[in-house]
Design a protein around this ligand. Structure first.
Ligand code: PHB
Length: 394
């Protein structure tokens, strides 16, 4: 027995992109169904990055009381770039009149899921999408199975792949599972969560002779920190004392507040942009369409920017029968995607120690950092990109 569900927009993936899109479409009266292979508990407990651009917070305001970004999150008016132990603050409001919010992605997801369920939205967990049929007709379909192995078909007028970096929908759009522009990096981040007070008021991005470290935060009692490591590093290879040593030596000038380390993970980096973002009535957004290394804190914000464009394009298509915006969607999205790709690559290459760097490379990198932190124009570029370029407006 196949379960067949009919809707206007089928969204694969209940991450920030898929859930936000279903919310924005519902505001325009367009019904959607969101499916995800994971359980709600898995989605709400996966630890991901934590920085929201001001524009992202403003979009989340449309969730009303369900968005706790302003009440639980913290506004950050700057970051510190530390170069060889010397701190340089990038003051966002004075440079660009904007700020960012520290509000972890799993909290954003908890808010979005609560808002969608309160609005009577059809969210289905434990459904594995296997393929998309009839992408180039006006009745595309998601074909998959539920947690009991029962076949499920979602008949729609438009299908969106918001199903992350291992997207199943992507191959429908690009013709192959990994069709895209790819860059890999010879380092990764070793991330920890620790029960300790913050070591600094703001985030510290530190370039030291021993490599990069990022001192971030989660709350008054839980901190998130990362240090540059080899991508093959085994998380069990370090004792807690060794982890603190590794972190501490990469942030000369600050004495880290140590506490029990209750989670550790290795984050591999890649830069990726799919060759195509849409085929017929199927589009991909967020990590399904592109990934960025985490140094610029752009991942979730870029997904939000895609969704704003796609929401407008689907509204025009399904409410007015106007295809212009959907035809322009991929080019419009790519303009921001490649700016964010550049910024993420640039922050990454400027702040990390490359294993094969020559003395020339290292000294040039110091020169690059100084040309940013010692120049108002340099700091302004960084602040503008970090706090986020304006989103498309109606
Ligand atoms: C985080 O808090 O997890 C975080 C913050 C800033 C980044 C990346 C990760 O650039």
């Amino acid at each position: 027995m196949t379960l067949t569900v009919r809707t206007r927009v089928a969204i694969v993936g209940a991450g920030p992109a898929g859930l936000l899109l279903s919310h924005l479409l519902a505001e325009a009266g367009i019904e959607s169904v969101v499916v995800d292979s994971r359980t709600r508990e898995e989605i709400e407990s996966t630890i991901r990055a934590g920085i929201l651009e001001q524009g992202t917070v403003e979009i989340l305001d449309s969730l009303g009381d369900h968005s706790r970004a302003r009440s639980l999150g913290h506004r950050h008016d700057g970051i510190e770039l530390r170069v060889d132990g010397e701190g340089h603050r990038i003051d966002f409001p004075s440079l660009v009149g904007r700020s960012v919010w520290l509000y972890p992605q799993h909290e954003v997801l908890t808010d979005l899921i609560a808002a969608r369920l309160a609005g009577g939205q059809d969210l289905r967990f434990g459904i594995v999408a296997e393929r998309i049929d009839d992408a180039e007709t006006d009745r595309p379909r998601v074909v998959g199975v539920d947690a009991d192995g029962q076949p499920v078909v979602i008949d729609a007028e438009f299908v969106v792949g918001a199903d992350g970096s291992r997207s199943v929908v992507r191959s429908t759009v690009t013709g192959s599972r990994f069709g895209g522009h790819l860059r890999e990096y010879p380092f990764a981040w070793f991330g920890i969560l620790t029960e300790a007070p913050p070591s600094a008021d703001e985030l510290i991005y530190s370039n030291s002779p021993d490599g990069f470290a990022l001192i971030s935060q989660r709350s008054a009692t839980v901190q998130r920190m990362y240090f540059q490591c080899d991508p093959e590093t085994d998380t069990a290879a370090y004792s807690e004392a060794q982890l603190w040593d590794e972190l501490q030596k990469r942030v000369p000038g600050t004495t880290l507040e140590e506490g029990p380390i209750f989670q550790r993970d290795v984050l591999r980096f890649r830069s990726f942009v799919a060759h195509e973002l849409r085929r017929g009535r199927v589009a991909i957004v967020g990590d399904a369409a592109h990934t960025v290394p985490p140094t610029g804190a752009k991942g979730m914000n870029l997904a939000v920017a895609d969704v704003i464009l796609l929401d407008r394009a689907i509204r025009s298509l399904l409410l007015q029968g106007d295809e212009r915006r959907i035809d322009e969607f991929a080019d419009a999205a790519r303009r921001r995607i490649w700016k964010a790709q550049h910024f993420s690559w640039w922050m990454t290459s400027m702040l990390h120690a490359s294993p094969d760097a020559s003395d020339f490379d290292r000294l040039r990198q110091r020169g690059e950092l100084r040309s940013i932190v010692e120049s108002e124009a340099g700091r302004t570029y960084l602040a503008e990109a970090y706090t986020g370029w304006p989103f498309a407006t109606a």
